[in-house]
Write a protein that binds this ligand. Structure first.
Ligand SMILES: Cc1cc2nc3c(=O)[nH]c(=O)nc-3n(C[C@H](O)[C@H](O)[C@H](O)COP(=O)(O)OP(=O)(O)OC[C@H]3O[C@@H](n4cnc5c(N)ncnc54)[C@H](O)[C@@H]3O)c2cc1C
Length: 268
């Protein structure tokens, strides 16, 4: 019997599944991809997007086209609630989508509640497109104004963001000062030699580093006097950042397993 298979989020794992989407359609099933944008941006190249090393077209996948070219449907929307009993998804637009099987690849987010309501000069690092907005913010700053920038999160992603901001600052001449704020030693869990090399590189870009007892959690964004800057997704121990916010969304629906931060991965 034909089923309705729904992919939520066109993230990295789903890219491979999307390549095989035609197989599901040929087998008689209906497939829908739901995502907030027709494009998925590759996070590993995000910092280079900020500095301008990469252009947007070099960094992103056209997930809408990937789905539609293979016979699937694409809904530009965001899932806000899962009802596993009714096998139903509630979308941001208010629309309801019923499924027979659903796969989530929604990634991680910087928890917005850690830095208050959305604000003009705060750029959470996810979605990666925010880094483009941050770049535009620098480019549209009047010359000579001298932005003060703060990057929050001393993991690998925070270091990459800070270094690329350093490059953007040097090339644009519009950033006066960059501080990387970490709740502990920058790159704490990395080998000492790797940390020393990274810190030396940051110093060459003129970036200050600072541990702070006020920075209470991973992925937070803090404020500077003139400007507030990219809240970096934290990647402690080189691991992919856990999705605290996504987990709480799932746990409300009874899908989260105990204290594990995320939905457990089954044999599928
Ligand atoms: C600056 C930076 C650099 C990084 N560099 C590396 C690296 O070099 N190597 C590495 O291994 N890891 C790196 N990471 C970590 C990396 O982000 C994650 O490992 C990776 O993105 C996880 O992939 P994902 O597919 O799970 O999630 P994502 O890449 O976050 O994809 C999730 C997708 O789901 C969509 N989505 C989100 N919420 C919803 C919703 N409610 N409804 C529908 N769709 C939704 C999003 O729009 C997005 O397209 C980096 C992270 C950052 C921030």
């Amino acid at each position: 019997m034909p089923k309705h298979l729904v992919f939520v989020g066109g993230g990295h794992a789903h890219l491979t599944a999307l390549l095989r989407l035609r197989d599901y359609v040929r087998a008689g099933h209906r497939v829908t991809l739901i995502g907030p944008s027709p494009f998925h941006y590759y996070s590993g190249m995000g910092p280079g997007l900020l500095s301008g090393i990469y252009r947007p077209a070099e960094v992103r996948f056209h997930v809408r086209k990937m789905a539609e070219d293979r016979g699937g449907a694409f809904l530009e929307d965001r899932v806000v609630t899962v009802d596993p009993v009714r096998r139903s998804l509630l979308l941001g637009s208010g629309r309801e989508v019923r499924y027979d099987a659903v796969s989530f690849n929604t990634g991680s987010e910087v928890p917005a509640d850690l830095f208050g309501p959305p604000a003009y000069d705060v750029f959470p690092v996810k979605p990666i497109e925010n880094l483009l907005a941050a770049r535009r913010r620098v480019e549209t700053t009047p010359a000579g104004k001298g932005l003060r920038a703060v990057v929050v999160g001393g993991g690998a992603a925070g270091v990459e963001i800070a270094a690329n901001l350093g490059r953007l600052g040097r090339e644009s001449g519009r950033i006066a000062r960059i501080t990387l704020v970490s709740r502990s030693v920058v790159l704490e869990d990395y080998p000492p030699k790797a940390r020393a090399l990274a810190l030396a590189s940051l110093a060459r870009w003129g970036i200050e580093t600072s541990g702070t007892p006020n920075c209470s959690g991973e992925g937070t964004a803090s404020r500077s006097r003139e400007s507030r800057w990219p809240g970096s997704e934290s990647t402690p121990s080189g691991r992919t950042a856990s999705s605290t916010k996504t987990c709480s969304r799932f746990s409300r629906e009874g899908l989260c397993a105990g204290s594990i931060p995320g939905v457990p991965i089954s044999r599928y």
